[in-house]
Ligand binder design. Structure first.
Ligand code: NAI
Ligand code: NAD
Ligand code: ISE
Length: 337
């Protein structure tokens, strides 16, 4: 059986996921796409899925009888309403991160899914599907570096567009770390603080960039993450985990070593689409297989909620300059509570 998917939001990652479903993965086809910019939706459909339906809005797409599962790749602030609508229609939904831009909206999704009684939602946190993070987690789980004490991490983008705001450093960018560290450590956060170093003159005047986020977990692990989204030189994701017996670091993606002009160099990627391309492929194939098996894997609505509770605290910390507490509601039994 070929899974029939509808996609809401045909921007950068929406287009890439449509290409993925039509050309790289197996067992699925795109049958409908939409975007607030309908011309953009028609353009992307014409490129990868000519002839598919292009309904006027996300709600009409979700309601189409032939759409068996939905992929939400519109802007973060629109995710909650489409995920809730998909749950209302009892349809499986893959929602790009963040699940919603506030914990309050994530909780509405958790409650709607828990009331339905079965998982329908997979959140697009792809790092747990990345071979580098998996190797790092496996080494930690085997106790190779003893108990984890600290993590030093950095999330650098070459540059961001004019619509990017300082809080998006948290809700759009840091959200990946907030998710992947919970998964890697099997731990939850208790507090967050944000520190602003001198701002880069390469960042637009309306944003503060870089920023440093300090997190504390229930086990007492301390994590510092540098968010620097106009670093100029490339797309660079770093993560060093320090334990009682040693330090383990996220491997760089493989790159040719070039010896030339009395220098040794390796290329650094500039595009997030390329950096995690294999992880996106495995993640979305896992969604397709999960829908067919009626058993989803990957990040749950609860994981999306937990990341957003921490993100909310970080955004508060940006404003107050204080250490902000991170408190979560009780975990519903659907998610192992
Ligand atoms: P984008 O701006 O390139 O594309 C978003 C598209 O959604 C635009 O074409 C826009 O017109 C459309 N859109 C906005 N509101 C809509 C609505 N109400 N209904 C239908 N369409 C709507 O943005 P990009 O980079 O593709 O990001 C989209 C989402 O994917 C964001 O939530 C972002 O956080 C996430 N993302 C995830 C990545 C990952 O590594 N997992 C990487 C990049 C983005
Ligand atoms: P699992 O799927 O049994 O999940 C373990 C726990 O981790 C669950 O309680 C779940 O809620 C939590 N979790 C999953 N994704 C999370 C996330 N993004 N953030 C926070 N918590 C998260 O354990 P697993 O075998 O480690 O698999 C994790 C995912 O990776 C699965 O979806 C699995 O299908 C996939 N996977 C990928 C590969 C690969 O080669 N890339 C190999 C095996 C599994
Ligand atoms: C973008 O939305 C992503 O998810 C990228 O992975 C991240 O690096 C970038 O900062 C976000 O804006």
């Amino acid at each position: 059986m070929t899974l029939k998917i509808g996609v809401i939001g045909t921007g950068a990652i929406g287009e890439d996921h449509i290409r993925r479903c039509m050309q790289a993965l197996s067992g699925a086809e795109i049958v409908a796409v939409t975007d607030v910019n309908l011309d953009r939706a028609r353009e992307v459909a014409g490129k990868y899925a000519p002839g598919v339906k292009v309904p006027d809005d996300g709600e009409s797409l979700i309601a189409l009888p032939e759409v068996e599962a939905v992929i939400v790749t519109s802007w973060g602030g629109t995710h909650a309403r489409y995920v809730l609508e998909a749950i209302r229609h009892k349809k499986y939904v893959f929602c790009e991160k963040p699940l919603a831009t506030t914990a309050e909206d994530c909780l509405k999704i958790v409650e709607a899914e828990a009331a339905y009684g079965r998982r329908l939602v997979q959140v697009g946190f792809m790092r747990p599907y990345d071979t580098g993070y998996r190797a790092l987690k496996s080494l930690i789980d085997k106790g190779e570096i003893g108990e984890v004490l600290m993590i030093h991490a950095a999330h650098r983008n070459q540059r961001v567009g004019a619509n990017y705001k300082t809080d998006m450093g948290i809700t759009d960018t840091l959200i990946h770390e907030l998710d992947v560290f919970r998964w890697m450590l099997g731990d939850d956060y208790v507090s967050a603080q944000v520190i602003f170093p001198r701002s880069s003159s390469k960042a637009m005047a309306h944003i503060r960039d870089p920023q440093i986020v300090l997190l504390e977990t229930k086990k007492g692990i301390r994590i510092d993450v540098e968010i620097f989204v106009n670093c100029q030189y490339g797309y660079d994701i770093k993560c060093a985990v320090v334990g009682e017996l040693g330090e383990a670091s996220l491997p760089m993606p493989p790159a040719v070593e070039l010896r030339k002009s009395a220098a040794l160099s390796t290329e650094i990627m500039t595009d997030w689409k390329e950096r995690f391309i294999a992880a996106y492929d495995v993640e979305l194939q896992d969604f397709i297989n999960g829908v067919k098996a009626d058993a989803l894997n990957g990040a749950t609505s609860w994981d999306g909620y937990c990341a957003s509770v921490a993100a909310d605290a970080c955004v508060r910390a940006q404003e107050t300059g204080q250490i902000e507490k991170i408190d979560m509601t009780a975990r519903p039994s659907l998610y192992g509570g």
